[in-house]
Ligand binder design. Structure first.
Ligand code: SF4
Ligand code: SF4
Length: 427
């Protein structure tokens, strides 16, 4: 969890970091000895496993996990599968981890290249679901929720992070190529590129309409973009997709453009690395590379009880090992020194009202958190708008009692969704 002490050396800033094209280019992390790829499905059907230990794989090869399911990963290296194991993700979600030991000589699989002449959502879904930026093809393919507008976010979802700004400002051609591909495969012409107002020049030729938003956090949050750019309120409990709008990050669109233009599946993820002294640098590492490789290449020492966070300072999630791999949606990695880590506090709410004042969704956060602390998720949704939360994390940042409000909210939303799913299954 992120607490105010992260900012103790400097005043809290509520504006997005702005990427400057004269800033350093990303540091390229060299070939890893091994990668670990996650497939978002449980490792339960060993009899139906379509992969085996010792199997050799090529870079860009599709690794279908089970014979009777579509779940897959794309190998980011050439080498040999050394393990296939269950892995527990956020909130205990069941995944499968495939580890590959890398060969010195790289071979590239060309199965995807044969599909690039006529881009379709189906071909994209079956090869590109886990490319850098994680494009939302599943949303585009959902007949229950037809999409009429695609919004591309040329900025990032947390403070200090510049991964998507970097992409949109330095790889505009790939973003433009991706926009053309999206138009071709979906027939959707209403595509809007949203960028921070200060960086609005230079995007006139992308093929998307351009919209500028304030640099004040969380103006790039999808529900804020819905409200301020599309003039559409997203009702509590509904998603942007329910309203016919699908969001892509700039990096996802650039990855789609590169994939169909070059015939190779992009496998290098751009990441904003936030160091213990709050400096930021960009790195590029292959999906599956362990964080430890990045820290080593950037001379960052991680000691016992330091905290590793995937994501930015407001909305990131702690992970417990330097072996955690880079995933397709790892936009930022933050390292906090153990002396800056604040553990969950026992201080009670003082009713100071800071969380209520800062909340962009006008939630009575101090009341909401009381219910969430006691596991009263349905009451939290019915009485205090749990489902209206846009997950910005500002309430945790300002809480004088250092209550991990945002963590309670995320857990509450997850548990509530599980309850609702179980009730739907029982109907
Ligand atoms: S409750 Fe907290 S995380 Fe949710 S929108 Fe309000 S300030 Fe942001
Ligand atoms: S900021 Fe923290 S202490 Fe203040 S009202 Fe909100 S929950 Fe209570």
């Amino acid at each position: 969890m992120i607490k105010k002490p992260f900012f103790c050396l400097s005043s809290p800033s509520f504006s997005y970091e702005l990427f400057n094209t004269s800033s350093d280019q990303p540091r390229i992390i060299g070939s890893p000895e091994k990668v670990t790829l996650f497939v978002k499905t449980a490792y339960t059907q060993k009899d139906a496993l379509a992969l085996c230990i010792g199997q050799r794989v090529k870079t860009g090869q599709k690794l279908t996990l089970f014979n009777n399911s579509d779940a897959y990963a794309i190998s980011s290296v050439t080498g040999e599968i050394t393990s296939i194991e269950p892995y527990s993700g956020n909130f205990g979600q069941a995944h499968t981890a495939i580890t590959i030991k890398t060969d010195a000589i790289e071979e590239t699989d060309d199965a995807f290249a044969a599909l690039t002449d006529q881009p379709t959502i189906e071909s994209a879904q079956s090869y590109l679901a886990d490319i850098p930026g994680c494009p939302s093809f599943a949303s585009l393919a959902d007949p229950e929720r037809p999409i009429h507008t695609i919004v591309i976010v040329g900025g990032d979802n947390d403070l200090l992070v510049t991964t998507n700004q970097y992409t949109v400002m330095t790889d505009t051609d790939s973003v433009s190529a991706g926009i053309q591909i999206l138009k071709e495969m979906t027939g959707i012409d209403n595509i809007i590129l949203v960028v921070p107002r200060e960086s609005v020049q230079g995007f006139g030729h992308t093929g998307a309409q351009l919209a500028a938003v304030d640099t004040v956090y969380p103006s790039l949050n999808p529900k804020m973009v819905m409200k301020n750019v599309l003039n559409t309120e997203t009702p509590a409990g509904q998603t942007c997709e329910d309203m016919g709008v699908c969001f892509f990050s700039a990096e996802a669109v650039a990855s789609v453009g590169k994939a169909f233009k070059n015939g190779h599946i992009p496998l290098a993820k751009t990441i904003t690395l936030i160091t213990k002294d709050e400096k930021t640098l960009l790195v590029k590492a292959r999906i599956g590379v362990p964080f430890s490789d990045i820290f080593k290449a950037c001379q960052i020492e991680v000691n016992a009880n330091d905290r590793l966070i995937v994501g930015g300072p407001l909305t990131g999630t702690a992970v417990y090992s330097e072996n955690h791999p880079v995933l397709a949606d790892t936009d930022a990695i933050m390292v906090q020194d153990k002396t800056d880590v604040s553990l969950a506090s026992d201080y009670p709410c003082t009713n100071c009202g800071e969380c209520v004042r800062v909340c962009p969704a006008d939630i009575q956060v101090h009341m909401l958190v009381r219910l969430l602390e006691n596991g009263m998720y349905q009451e939290a949704a019915e009485e205090y708008d749990l489902n209206s939360c846009i997950n910005c994390g500002l309430c945790s940042l300002v809480c004088v009692s250092q209550i991990p409000i945002f963590q309670y909210i995320r857990l509450g939303q997850y548990e509530l969704a599980e309850i609702e799913m179980m009730e739907a299954d029982n109907d």
